[in-house]
Write a protein that binds this ligand. Structure first.
Ligand code: ZN
Length: 291
């Protein structure tokens, strides 16, 4: 019965009300724990969604994890698999940056310095995206890159129920190497990675193998590196993540919504295990594990 009640509660706020309330809401001033639900200590294990939730596209998920861990990749694959939109605030920001508005030049300075964009800007972009999706008849969502701060998590909690938060985890040294290995083809826009990671198991920690994702021969001479993929900027992004976003993990952990997922390697190793962790192994997967 409790499960049914919770299920109904989940759907109390459809996207439309999220959109409306985000647009008009005043942001909570200070972080505190007064919103922590009283049942938290009894619900420390996340509830992995039953198959009927997925069939009905009752999926309101969040991906957490350090910058560069692969949130976008896994969120996008899951979104294709389940058929709910993948909403990446990074993409929303990049679209905004590509436009020539006064907001875009302001944003480009912030991003260049590896700093976080303000909650107000992110929420406004997210609201616009949800409104547009709603008009197209979208159902559910997988958020990637939001919430990044406890304040954002509180705002989100006030307007819609998040069912599950998947926390992707990878060692920082591996993350750094992976970020520095990212390449984009200037001609076709393809994303590749030249880093070849092979770390032996030690001190009880499992080894990690991540093969490079090399481009086809005709892209090889056109590879470029994103201007914010330098060691200084990547380390700054990790520092900010640890300071601002680690507490978001705790926010969802005490609410029993955090599913910890240690990436065992690259996509071929991690994808099947992620499907298993999400009870999705019966889902028809038409995507090759290596793509
Ligand atoms: Zn290319």
């Amino acid at each position: 019965m409790a499960a049914i009640t919770r299920h109904l509660t989940n759907r109390t706020y459809p996207i439309s009300s999220l959109t409306r309330r985000c647009l008009s809401s005043a942001l909570p001033s200070e972080t505190n724990n007064s919103h922590a639900p009283p049942y938290s200590s009894f619900h420390l294990k996340p509830r992995v969604p039953p198959p009927e939730d997925l069939k009905n596209k009752h999926v309101q998920w969040v991906f957490l994890g350090c910058p560069g861990v692969g949130k976008g990749t896994y969120a996008s694959r899951l979104s294709n698999l389940i058929g709910v939109p993948h909403i990446a605030t990074g993409d929303l920001l990049r679209e905004q940056l590509a436009s020539s508005t006064s907001l875009s030049s302001q944003l480009s300075e912030t991003v260049k310095q590896g700093q976080l964009v303000s909650d107000e800007v992110i929420i406004s972009l997210l609201s616009k995206r949800l409104t547009a999706g709603e008009a197209k008849g979208e159902s559910g969502f997988i958020l990637d890159g939001f919430p990044r701060t406890v304040k954002q998590a509180e705002i989100l909690e006030g307007v819609t129920e998040i069912d599950l938060v998947i926390n992707l985890k990878l060692r920082e040294d591996v993350l750094l190497e992976k970020c520095l290995g990212r390449r984009i083809c200037s001609q076709c826009g393809g994303n590749f990675n030249v880093a070849s990671i092979n770390i032996n198991a030690e001190n009880g920690n499992p080894g990690i193998i991540m093969a490079p994702l090399l481009p086809p021969a005709n892209c090889m001479s056109k590879l470029t590196t994103r201007s914010d993929d330098t060691e200084v900027v990547v380390k700054e992004r990790l520092r900010i993540y640890n300071e601002m976003s680690r507490p978001v993990e705790e926010f969802y952990r005490i609410r029993g919504k955090l599913l910890e997922f240690d990436l065992p390697g690259g996509i071929p190793e991690s994808w099947p295990k992620l499907l298993q962790a999400l009870n999705l192994y019966d889902y028809e997967d038409k995507q090759p594990a290596t793509a």
